[in-house]
Design a protein around this ligand. Structure first.
Ligand SMILES: Cc1cc2nc3c(=O)[nH]c(=O)nc-3n(C[C@H](O)[C@H](O)[C@H](O)COP(=O)(O)O)c2cc1C
Ligand code: SF4
Ligand code: SF4
Length: 272
């Protein structure tokens, strides 16, 4: 089979999951291509199977992933598709798989498999817990996430069909859930770039600006300045060598763990 895999990642979890699928698929003799999504692309090459993997942000998919899926042209032939979502907590994945299904079902796709994989939380500036785990805890979560992904990839090859079903997060009321989902989707992400700031430990090294997946940081002299294309992916926050980045209004990061998937190194763009 020819298999096309597309992903977006802030801190490497979704890339780890899609690479795990790729290794199972190619281990069974399939021809696999992986690439990062770009909103400039309007087509995905026709193949025997297409897989998407995105993180969940505030109970939905990142804005860039929504724009990318919405911007895709209809596949000419009915395209078999699977969608995997990485989440800090499976119980809190909200509408992420359903959002993808809804968009892809209008693009001549047969959605054969959707699921959510728990990976470490990367939202270091979150106004409330859960915050990123320690390195040791993170490794345990990754091992489990990879094992689950391997099973999923094997099931997909065997032709098993499965759909992840929606649930309300246990710690939320229905009203609070919908409020948070809609506010973040329609308002929050547009404005949260304004909350970024740096502690005086920032030495102007420019790394944040170089590794941002959406080119949302400019350097004015030695100071990083964020702009509105920011997706809140947390890559800059978690990779800053001096742990200098925080957000106002509850996003103080002093004393919090930093997290990125240990094999992920955007400094060399080797994930692309
Ligand atoms: C802004 C933001 C919002 C998030 N919201 C949720 C959420 O609603 N539910 C959840 O389970 N995890 C949430 N997370 C955690 C991420 O989904 C999780 O860590 C994911 O695996 C990160 O993937 P990546 O490394 O590919 O970027 C959020 C992370 C960020 C940065
Ligand atoms: S990576 Fe950190 S220290 Fe370097 S410029 Fe950005 S905020 Fe400052
Ligand atoms: S500015 Fe930081 S949080 Fe925003 S998209 Fe770029 S790396 Fe991610």
């Amino acid at each position: 089979m020819n298999i096309e895999l597309k992903y977006f990642t802030g801190t490497g979890n979704s890339l780890k999951v899609i690479k795990t699928c790729a290794s199972v698929f190619s281990g069974s003799g399939n021809n696999v291509k992986i690439s990062e999504i770009s909103t400039d692309e309007t087509t995905v090459p026709e193949s025997d199977l297409t897989g998407f993997c995105f993180p969940v942000y505030a109970f939905g998919i990142p804005r860039i992933c929504r724009q990318y899926l919405q911007g895709l042209e209809k596949f000419k032939n009915l395209q078999k598709v699977f969608v995997l979502i990485t989440a800090g907590d499976i119980d809190e994945s909200g509408y992420a798989t359903q959002e993808c299904e809804k968009i892809l079902s209008k693009k001549n796709c047969e959605i054969i498999y959707t699921d959510v994989i728990q990976m470490p939380v990367n939202w270091t500036t979150s106004p409330k817990p859960p915050f990123p785990p320690s390195k040791e805890e993170a490794l345990e979560i990754i091992v489990e996430g990879v094992a689950k992904t391997q099973n999923i990839a094997e099931e997909i090859l065997e032709g098993v069909k499965r759909k992840h079903s929606f649930n309300y997060p246990k710690r939320y009321s229905k009203i609070k859930f919908h409020w948070d989902y809609l506010i973040f989707k329609h308002l929050g992400i547009k404005h949260m770039w304004r909350l970024f700031n740096v502690y005086d430990t920032c030495n102007g090294c420019r790394l944040c600006s170089k590794i941002c997946p959406t080119n949302s940081i400019s350097m004015i002299g030695k100071k990083p300045i964020w702009n509105s294309t920011c997706e809140q992916c947390m890559r800059c926050v978690n990779f800053c060598p001096n742990e200098s980045i925080y957000q106002t209004q509850g996003g103080e990061t002093k004393g919090r763990n930093r997290y990125y998937e240990p094999g992920f190194n955007p400094r060399h763009n080797d994930h692309k």
